[in-house]
Design a binder for this molecule. Structure first.
Ligand code: AMP
Length: 210
């Protein structure tokens, strides 16, 4: 299985990619995670990409493509989360896959209205000790000490950065739906459903390739 998950921030790409990866035995490749790990390492590259990350801007294409490429050849089955984000990246991905002799099975787009996304993202908190993700309203951190926290907000989940990320999504990433639809690879899924329902729809859409 080789699939791309498209969708705006807050649609649940990370959650769904993790669930699908577990069910289908595929590798979850998240360029956002790769970027955050590089920032966490304190490397020179990490310092460079941090400026973009914190403002909610895209890391330049040539940098992110080089960061993502090594992972594509790393597993027989993968699910790409957060990449490609624009047409230049989609073309770079096509070229990289052709070089590897690999065929893409599907691009699944998760869809939800902006207001729902802003609400989800602005309430999102991550535990610094466990990495677990919570939502202050929908899925509050446990109060019994099971997860000691502290529970922090991602810099790019601040309201201004959220709006900027959604703007970039509509301008640059959403047109990729057409890009993949033209090749008969696109499936769309309603991301406002419950987490298991969204997973079921994604699995149904990529059915034969799991
Ligand atoms: P995400 O967790 O997918 O929202 O990614 C967090 C941040 O990492 C983004 O706001 C960008 O700064 C950077 N990033 C992740 N994936 C990409 C990509 N495909 N192209 C450019 N920047 C990216």
């Amino acid at each position: 299985m080789k699939i791309i998950l498209l969708g705006p921030q807050g649609a649940g790409k990370g959650t769904q990619a993790q669930r699908i990866a577990r069910k289908a035995g595929a590798k979850h490749i998240s360029t956002g995670d790769i970027v955050r790990a590089e920032i966490g390492s304190g490397s020179e590259l990490g310092r460079k990409v941090q400026e973009y990350n914190d403002r909610g801007e895209l890391v330049p294409d040539e940098i992110i493509v080089e960061m993502a490429k090594p992972y594509l050849n790393d597993a027989d089955s993968w699910i790409l989360d957060g990449f490609p984000r624009n047409e230049a990246q989609a073309k770079a991905l096509d070229a990289a896959l052709e070089q590897l002799g690999v065929r893409l099975d599907a691009a699944v787009a998760l869809e939800a209205p902006d207001e729902a996304l802003v609400k989800r993202l602005s309430g999102r908190r991550q535990s610094e000790s466990t990495g677990n993700i919570y939502h202050i309203e929908y899925d509050p951190p446990p109060e019994d000490g099971d997860d000691p926290g502290p529970f922090v907000q991602r810099k790019d989940d601040a309201e201004g950065a959220i709006r900027r990320r959604l703007e970039i999504y509509h301008e640059q990433t959403e047109p990729l739906k057409d890009y993949y639809a033209r090749r008969g690879l696109l499936a769309t899924v309603d991301a406002e459903q419950s987490i298991p329902e969204v997973t079921d729809d994604i699995l149904a859409a990529v059915g034969d390739n799991v």
